[in-house]
Design a protein around this ligand. Sequence first.
Ligand SMILES: Nc1ncnc2c1ncn2[C@@H]1O[C@H](COP(=O)(O)OP(=O)(O)OP(=O)(O)O)[C@@H](O)[C@H]1O
Length: 279
Amino acid sequence: MDMTLTSTPPDSQATTPLDQPDALTALFANRVEKTYPNGTHALDEVRLRIQQGEFVSLLGPSGCGKSTLLRMFAGLDTPSAGRILWWGSEKMDGADGKQSLSMVFQEPTLMPWARVRANTRLPLDLRGTPRAEADARVTEALQMVGLDKFADSWPRELSGGMQMRVSLARALVTHPSLLLLDEPFGALDEFTRNKLDSDVRNLWAQQAMTVAFVTHSIYEAVFLSTRVVVMAARPGRVIADVAIDGPEVRDEEWRVSAPFLAYCRQLSELLTAAAQGRV
Ligand SMILES: Nc1ncnc2c1ncn2[C@@H]1O[C@H](COP(=O)(O)OP(=O)(O)OP(=O)(O)O)[C@@H](O)[C@H]1O
């Protein structure tokens, strides 16, 4: 297999070279480097373009810098060199100031002393959103994740999967144009993870969001994504970019289909090569 091969990108990407943003670019990393103060060289000239409406998964060996890159996309860290553009702007709310992003972390990070409703409302409280509007948004977000009946529960009364749903609702409550998820379901059992993957995919389709999703799981990446970006072992860089030409509605049938398994095999070979430093 040619490890440098990049499969045909989605239509929106075909018109402009991949190393340049265009009017449809939501997120653009241009030769992004990261070296931590202790000298760890985490990322090496990462170039990545994510178009509006894409669902892009970042896949790579442990320690290749996926979380580092996502944290920089969320503005929680800065590149040592290179730059990131959000909707063509150096500002995270985009060139028109109307865009927004939310991040979901590996842990639910809920406030144990606050009920589900208050946990979900937190980003709106921080923005000073009027209470009536905030409460309506919270109800809507909890409905989206199927937890509207648990608004008055405490986090400790919920399962791990339900806590991650609250974390997801808290991210959705601001109606983000870009949702960043850092291996959100890695700690959950496979059944719950599959269910949440389906829900995230449906939410992405309904909400017209752009999603960047970090995962270790080839199956999860192929199930969810319109495109999977494979990163090489540290220092991380993009070694392959695979468009997933799957059905619009992804269900259990997709998980066992021949194309699904073919994508998994292709990505497995790329990941093995990346982990062994062959690319
Ligand atoms: N704050 C930090 N200071 C120093 N080194 C760091 C810091 N954060 C991460 N690193 C190092 O940078 C490299 C990339 O880490 P990162 O967490 O981004 O990788 P990852 O691909 O997300 O890993 P995993 O898949 O295991 O979660 C690793 O070698 C890690 O030890």
